[in-house]
Design a protein around this ligand. Structure first.
Ligand SMILES: *[C@@H]1O[C@H](CO)[C@@H](O)[C@H](O)[C@H]1NC(C)=O
Ligand SMILES: *[C@@H]1O[C@H](CO)[C@@H](O)[C@H](O)[C@H]1NC(C)=O
Ligand SMILES: *[C@@H]1O[C@H](CO)[C@@H](O)[C@H](O)[C@H]1NC(C)=O
Ligand SMILES: *[C@@H]1O[C@H](CO)[C@@H](O)[C@H](O)[C@H]1NC(C)=O
Ligand SMILES: *[C@@H]1O[C@H](CO)[C@@H](O)[C@H](O)[C@H]1NC(C)=O
Ligand SMILES: *[C@@H]1O[C@H](CO)[C@@H](O)[C@H](O)[C@H]1NC(C)=O
Ligand SMILES: *[C@@H]1O[C@H](CO)[C@@H](O)[C@H](O)[C@H]1NC(C)=O
Length: 459
């Protein structure tokens, strides 16, 4: 991670590529009563590392003055702090890979053997090693190509991947899924990390990125299919929920244990047995990076679906004086019944919590000494030995404390300054990310269409 930092900082304020997308919301689907909060038989250890998560690029680009429910002409993807990417193991046929987990997208893909690596800026082919992926996949005997369909995904920073689709036997967390539709990427501008070979999407069927025809750059007609996790519960292998226990780690080089992902239940971590729940309010990103004729479509294809909820409030010193104004942030999500409530996206993709400007400024002023906004950090920074304020998140009648360790992040720059865990969401949707997730067990109950949280024991 140390060697990555100069690259990440250099990206601050840099416009990567013009990209168009629109934002919407979706009624939360639910098809069964909440699943019981029982231990899962299927647990995946996660590895945490520094990097830029793919779908989170869209959330980042919202912060820079773009309008919600419009067409976005500008994506200025910047990295205020190196983000956390969590990866885990998956088996395609008999070949084993590390893949990045992403709660905002839905496809599961790996790079195929002899894939073409394209330099995003130069738009020229470069050696495969330039894309820095882990091992590539060789089509196996159990792979059944689906003809006349192709995979294309465009990420928030303008990078993209295209490939073929087919059914493969996929094994995840010890669950063997035959005839699972997956994508094998043969052309990519995404840059990997020398470890992961692709991505595991944990979002919904509506956001799958398979399209009709064989022309790899067209997105004319989306053809939805069941993502891996959806297949698992529709075939009755697991209950329709997954849960995340993100681990706090002191490693600054991004190679620390990342926590646990449990499929169909809860991971074996200590937590307090009081669960707060909040219904999903899904935030959609519709990819409009297609020719004008396509963006005229009445029902644009969903590219990403983020899990969002309404929280009851944030508590910190004088928090009763820093009000949230829903009208100021034209969220497409259904407005909360109480105007003071805040809608947040729950995402494991970034190191910082993003809050409305007034709240972010108020919380940062409470550090002792106070945190200040540094352009060179692209966010609030504070003396690394500062004292962090008490900061709590109220959800569904429960209060979740954020450990002070998670509010001061030493990025190893050697300046004595640390980034604070709370940043300004600007024009974008507030997001509760890893500083919050490290303090809770987060349950994504897809069957009941709700999130549940339990406080982790201090660890
Ligand atoms: C994918 O990226 C390449 C390189 O930047 C670009 O030439 C191509 O148009 C992109 N494709 C799509 C569909 O965005
Ligand atoms: C892929 O699997 C699905 C069931 O999951 C099946 O309906 C379909 O026919 C399969 N396609 C091929 C090409 O094997
Ligand atoms: C890969 O993408 C580049 C840039 O979009 C394009 O020129 C090239 O034809 C593609 N190759 C394949 C095999 O699709
Ligand atoms: C998917 O699309 C259907 C039909 O448009 C809609 O009813 C449903 O709520 C959407 N969301 C999910 C997650 O299935
Ligand atoms: C990363 O840091 C951890 C803990 O400080 C250390 O154990 C590990 O060896 C380091 N890894 C690398 C690749 O430097
Ligand atoms: C906020 O709470 C404090 C302590 O209860 C009180 O003194 C103050 O007047 C309150 N401010 C507002 C704007 O309600
Ligand atoms: C941080 O605070 C300590 C103790 O007050 C002080 O010695 C140090 O110079 C400060 N560092 C910076 C970068 O301000």
């Amino acid at each position: 991670m140390l060697c990555l930092l100069p690259i990440l900082w250099a990206e601050i304020g840099e416009t990567v590529q013009s990209q168009k997308f629109t934002i919407g919301s979706q009624s939360p689907p639910s098809f069964k009563a909440p699943s019981p909060n029982v231990p899962a038989a299927h647990i995946l250890p996660l590895t945490g590392k520094a990097g830029v998560p793919q779908s989170a690029g869209y959330l980042q680009s919202l912060r820079y003055g773009n309008h919600i429910n419009g067409v976005y002409g500008l994506t200025s993807v910047t990295n205020i702090a190196p983000s956390d990417i969590f990866s885990t193991n998956i088996i395609f046929g008999a070949q084993s890979f590390q893949v990045e987990i992403d709660t905002g997208s839905s496809d599961t893909w790996v790079v195929g053997r002899d894939f073409q690596c394209i330099d995003q800026t130069a738009e020229a082919q470069e050696p495969e090693s330039g894309c820095m992926f882990g091992p590539s996949y060789t089509l196996s005997h159990s792979f059944r190509r689906i003809p006349d369909q192709h995979f294309i995904i465009v990420y928030g920073d303008g990078s993209n991947a295209t490939g073929i689709v087919g059914n493969e036997t996929v094994t995840l967390a010890g669950i063997r899924v035959t005839n699972q539709e997956v994508a094998v990427v043969d052309n990519v501008t995404v840059t990997g990390d020398r470890v992961t070979s692709g991505l595991l999407g944990l979002s919904f069927r509506n956001s799958t990125s398979v399209y009709a025809g064989t022309n790899p750059n067209t997105m004319d007609r989306q053809i939805q299919y069941d993502p891996v996790f959806t297949t698992m519960y529709t075939r009755g292998y697991v209950l329709p929920l997954f849960s995340l226990a993100i681990e706090r780690s002191s490693a600054t080089n991004g190679t620390a244990p990342g926590g646990l992902l449990a499929i169909g239940g809860l991971p074996p971590v200590p937590f307090r047995p009081f669960f707060a729940s909040a219904p999903f309010q899904l935030l959609n990103v519709n990819n409009a990076a297609v020719p004008a004729a396509d963006s005229q479509k009445a029902d644009p294809d969903l590219a990403y679906t983020f899990y969002a909820i309404t929280i009851q409030g944030l508590t910190y010193e004088r928090s009763n004086e820093t009000k949230w104004s829903h009208s100021k942030f034209s969220s497409p999500l259904e407005p909360p019944s109480d105007a003071s409530h805040i809608q947040v996206v729950i995402d494991s993709g970034t190191n910082l919590i993003y809050l409305p400007t007034g709240i972010a400024v108020a919380v940062n002023a409470l550090f002792d000494p106070p945190a200040q906004f540094y352009t060179s950090y692209g966010g609030f920074a504070v003396n690394c030995s500062a004292k962090a304020p008490n900061f709590r998140v109220d959800i569904g009648g429960q209060t979740f404390f954020i450990d002070k360790k998670d509010l001061i992040l030493d990025l190893g720059r050697g300046t004595g300054l640390c980034v604070t865990g709370v940043n300004d969401a600007g024009y974008g949707t507030p997001i509760l990310e890893t500083p919050f997730l490290k303090n809770v067990l987060a349950i994504f109950d897809v069957g009941a269409g709700e999130m549940r949280f339990a406080a982790r024991e201090f660890y």
